[in-house]
Design a protein around this ligand. Sequence first.
Ligand SMILES: [Zn+2]
Length: 387
Amino acid sequence: MTLLIDNIGELVTNDPSLGRGQLGTITRAAVVTDGGRVTWVGRAADAPAADERFDAAGGAVLPGFVDSHSHLVFAGDRAAEFAARMAGEPYTGGGIRTTVAATRAASDDTLRATATRLRAEALRQGTTTIEVKSGYGLTVPDETRSMKIAFEVTPETTFLGAHVVPTEYAGRPDDYVSLVCGPMLTAVEPYAKWVDVFCEQGAFDADQSRAVLEAGRERGLGLRVHANQLSAGPGVRLAVELGAASADHCTYLTDADVAALADSDTVATLLPGAEFSTRSPYPDARRLLDAGVTVALATDCNPGSSYTSSMPWCVAMAVREMGMTPAEAVWAATAGGARALRRDDVGVLRPGARADLVVLDAPSYLHLAYRPGVPLVRQVIHNGVLI
Ligand SMILES: [Zn+2]
């Protein structure tokens, strides 16, 4: 069945060969989908006939958001810890263990219900592709069930057994790394596409992070790194050296880090929700973009340091606080996220792409940053289906 989406005031294709500028915008546009794929994009006046029609009512249409970094498999919340931070306490990352304890104590059904609810919440806000990590189990059985549940929610699943060293391994981090690289990796492998590590003081050092990433790569997993969030550590350079798809956070970077990213296929994924929720300085997206680094935006949705599932909000924050133009931020939240997941079928609207579209109750993508916090997503189309 074919679907014509027409009366589009402004269409963002992210394909410069189809329209104007980096976003490849077309005014008075239409899109045709067939099943789960885009089959035609262009001026509405030239659109072919289709079985069904959706009237965009003059609103802007863009590719569905690609959220390339989230942690949806957990139990409990940490609202009190957030309140304490807002009252002046610093963020250290140690609160992750609070969520680990709650997650271990929760039933599969409880974990599944939370992950499913958050996935639906993100979809309503236009996120049609989402990456989901484990990392709050930190035992073989708890990481395995976390990965199974993540895999029920999305095919973009990431094993983050190396999130922190769990309490029972205090003082023996290398023993825990051996567990992650051996039995834990074997158990989660059927459900994992990616492997990730929190390379940071208080989490895993360069050698431990390298061991985890190389073990994952030997099993055929793609690489991602939580890098340079709290300090200018070795994470970014390790990510680039090992050919990781993405270095995530990138808040504290040396000039050498920026140069290494610019010279690589590793995307810098910026997560403004983490800085917002920890009242920390935002990463400097302008510096990265001016150096030629590919930048993605993602939510980092998790109960401790960034409990938002809203990509439109991330766009607004990136524009206001991180030096991005609205066009750069929209690109980073769609095509940039797709690059961070090494996908070329999402984050773009052209024939052959997946039929994932967001229809705004606004005439231009500019309104995503211009009208922050306003629910502008009027309709989501996922795999060619009106949600
Ligand atoms: Zn994260």
